[in-house]
Write a protein that binds this ligand. Structure first.
Ligand SMILES: [Zn+2]
Length: 326
């Protein structure tokens, strides 16, 4: 693994490289950003660069240190993970004991704490003692979705580096080039990735994602058949998928946006659901151009209503009836 594998995070990488070059490496970092964005990989590559025996602006990938990192065998790079649902006081205590021993074969000892937001308060308070007076060879990297999940006293002692989502277009290209995903599938996955490569790859392997999308398309299909009674049957689908409701509503949103796009341009090159073009075409004729906008705003409103905690069943029923009526 190398810096080039941390895709789309140029700013963070530039910062880390500069800090190595200027010998201004901090004792503690927080790498924050959404799940799947590459924070852990980023931390490992940074650690690899710090430990590389021939580092000169680039990782050599050949020295004994680099080889050990690649086989997860470097004695001076350690990864701490939650045990069960949290990182416990005891784990931080063990880490502190370990930290007292000097590095085995380099000048730095690097600890990467995954899901560090799962530290209990007492674990955080214990860690704080280390952050207040770290040994000169210590580098501690806390990985978390949000820097705000730490006590302010912890945060103030860490350099915070933010990993941000990258463009969907870049994800689509990566899926095609690196992961050999077909261009139709790449488009669908990229659209649902939120700009996070890790999420796109997770969805790619997820049967559940594929099934949910299929089912949602079937629900839309039934809805457009104009049988008023069916609405009450369809509510059940939404009830059963309450936990993934935002994903389902997004399936619907993207679907009707495609119908709108198709009726505006007659072209398919920007469609997300490109693998379902025939069904989209059929729906376009069934709905009629001037009603599609209404459907889209109804779904958006429902999303907001559910976020605002209105009665779930009522919100869904209203949405389905409105879609059917328009
Ligand atoms: Zn090396």
């Amino acid at each position: 693994m190398d810096f080039k594998d941390i895709i789309g995070q140029e700013k963070v990488i530039r910062y880390l490289k500069t800090s190595i070059r200027n010998k201004r490496i901090a004792h503690a970092y927080i790498f924050e950003g959404p799940k799947g964005i590459g924070k852990v990989d980023g931390a490992i590559v940074f650690a690899k660069a710090v430990q590389c025996k021939n580092y000169e602006g680039a990782i050599c990938n050949h020295c004994s240190s680099c080889l050990k990192v690649d086989t997860n065998n470097h004695p001076d790079i350690k990864i701490i993970e939650p045990e069960g649902k949290s990182i416990k006081n005891k784990q931080i205590e063990e880490f502190q004991q370990d930290l007292l021993r000097r590095p085995y074969e380099s000048n730095k000892k690097i600890y990467i704490i995954k899901d560090a937001n799962l530290m209990t308060d007492s674990a955080q308070n214990r860690l704080l003692k280390t952050l207040e007076e770290p040994p000169e060879y210590a580098i501690i990297i806390l990985i978390s979705m949000h820097a705000n999940s730490f006590l302010p006293t912890i945060k103030s002692r860490c350099q915070i580096l933010k990993f941000s989502p990258i463009g969907e277009k870049i994800i689509e290209e990566l899926l095609k080039d690196r992961y050999k995903v077909s261009s139709k599938e790449a488009k669908v996955l990229a659209a649902f990735s939120d700009g996070i490569l890790g999420k796109a790859l997770r969805l790619k392997e997820s049967e559940e994602f594929k099934n949910k999308r299929e089912e949602t398309i079937q629900v839309i299909e039934k809805l457009l058949n104009k049988d008023a009674l069916i609405v009450f049957d369809l509510v059940e689908f939404f009830q059963n998928n309450k936990e993934d409701i935002y994903e389902i509503l997004d399936f619907m949103l993207f679907w009707f946006r495609d119908v709108l796009l198709l009726s505006q341009t007659g072209e398919d090159q920007f469609l997300i659901n490109i693998d379902q073009e025939e069904t989209l075409q059929r729906h376009m004729y069934a709905i009629g151009y001037n009603k599609i906008g209404n459907i889209i705003s109804t779904i958006e409103k429902t999303k907001n209503d559910i976020k605002a905690n209105v009665n779930f069943q009522l919100a869904i029923e209203m949405m389905l009836l409105t879609i059917q009526e328009v």
